[in-house]
Design a protein around this ligand. Sequence first.
Ligand code: ATP
Ligand code: MG
Length: 652
Amino acid sequence: MSLPTDKNLSALLDERRTFPPSEEFKKQANWNDPAIYERAAKDPEGFWAAQAKSLDWFTPWERVLEWNAPWAKWFVGGKLNVTDNCVDRHVRNGRRNKAAIIWEGEPGDTRVLTFGMLEREVNRFANALKGLGVVKGDRVAIYMGMVPELAIAMLACAKIGAAHSVVFGGFSAEALRERINDAKAKVLITCDGAWRRGTVVALKSAVDEALKGTPTIENVVVVQRIGKAAQISMEPLRDHWWHELVAGASAECAPEHMDAEDMLFILYTSGTTGKPKGVVHTTAGYLLGASTTHRYVFDIKEDDVYWCTADIGWVTGHSYIVYGPLANGTTTVMYEGTPDFPDRGRFWEIIDKYGVNIFYTAPTAIRTFMRWGEDWPAKYKLSSLRLIGTVGEPINPEAWMWYHENIGHKRCPIVDTWWQTETGGIMISPLPGITATKPGSATRPLPGIAAEVVDLEGKPVGPGGGGYLVLTKPWPSMLRTVYGDPERYVQNYWSRYPGIYFTGDGCKMDEDGYLWLLGRVDDVMNVSGHRISTYEVESALVDHVSVAEAAVIGKTHEIKGQGISAFVTLKEGIAATDALKDELKNHVAMKIGSIAKPDDIFFSAELPKTRSAKIMRRLLRDIAEGRVLGDTTTLADPTVVAKLKDQYKDEG
Ligand code: ATP
Ligand code: MG
């Protein structure tokens, strides 16, 4: 691992272009007092305790924090229930008939669940789970498409104190089996199938395959989403239809009184850096992190229609489709399909249709929208949007500007939100009523969050420096351990700097103290002794008019230590020529300096990405070094990497 400290880092980070918060946001924002940062820094525990009053507790906590690094307990002695906070209390407090979930199916069918309806559906299914023998402390695996029953299943687990482990519905049978066995899940909830680009994803047959090697699973619950066309078979005794189970179930279910530190869920990371880890989140701290950040970062108002485009199979969906918005009583949109079906205007059509006010998506999606052109969003009315956000990877300034102009219409602040599965909620982000934004920067740590950029010895680099991003104080929604592997928890996150959380991300701090994420530190190259971040070179490449996406890796080089290989996807209609390769190399040299000039460029129609849309650079490194491919189970489309491997062999 090497440290990204080079001087040339600033070549692409546009520190001069700042967008101050608008007067409108300053006036109305939930958080608009800049002094909040200092107050929270002085007394983080007091700050979090004040926020925790926004939750409903059965028994108040005795101590805010017990910290024996790296083991944290937040709100010691407190008792509460997550589902009581996300659903029941809104029914009690006047939101019974407010839309909780607006769901849109891929074929265009829709469902709206009010908080009152959601409460009853959750209770029925919670009782059905009890009927299958699920008790507090059990693990329940969930492998579904994006249908309302997915959220209902999670909330039902939380209501009775079972921990859920949601496995993204695009994973293979093998990946599912591995996760079920790691969590020792007792029940599996699935669908007969899911719609994706007009075809059926065969979820149930993957389940049948996975369950050949999962001794702990006793019962399977199947949601009927597709019907006949799914052509599934039901295993007698083991498999039950969701609709049959809930038909006879009572719509009343008292919430389990959970300890603040009881496990709420396990979620496996996307695996960009190796075998997925079962990240454990607990009840009070996680809910507090998700709800507080949702309310303040997105500046949520009572009437808002809020849409996060992530899949619930990832932490973004857990925190910002389900738990954060519902805890705040916010109407959350849930969409089953992809942005390009039936056509490339689908997302903008949904914003137009429901009058979405807040839209949250990923930079890779934004770059795809750029590639499709601004005519698509221009066909729809997006004037309801008030605030837009991004998450998942660094956003290059060009994509930021495109988003700002074509979706935000230069009116909506952009919140660039940095966080990880492990942090549970947003850690670094602008606050729209306070923070000026800069295209490409996640800006500053949120109030109550202690982030630093440090060098190899752990010394803060200060403004103008680059190094590792670390978190120097515990925070409520932090992961508590890696499920079944506490060693790995200590080793992976707390051993580089004792008592300090190692994020694994490279970062630069500019003269204003703003943070610029540079991607994973394993994605830093060492070219003739210069540390160059893959992100920097990728950013320079996508800055070229012909380039849609780029992935850059360091490849062993006899003289330079590492050479730079770039995998480039061109915009539609651009021809892949050798002349263009030279042009791109020179473009990078012009943007960053000749030291960063790629040694080779490969044109590729697609890049290997995880299901959460992160580029798997470690697989590209395997290809470039001619190694056997590492774990590919978390790839969105495993054929992409196989094709690339062949192409690389032919051309390389
Ligand atoms: P694994 O831990 O298995 O390697 P992963 O890190 O991809 O998987 P996630 O928690 O989904 O798992 O991703 C978090 C990472 O995504 C961060 O560490 C960071 O590298 C990147 N990231 C997320 N949001 C941003 C952002 N706004 N700006 C820059 N990078 C971001
Ligand atoms: Mg991670």
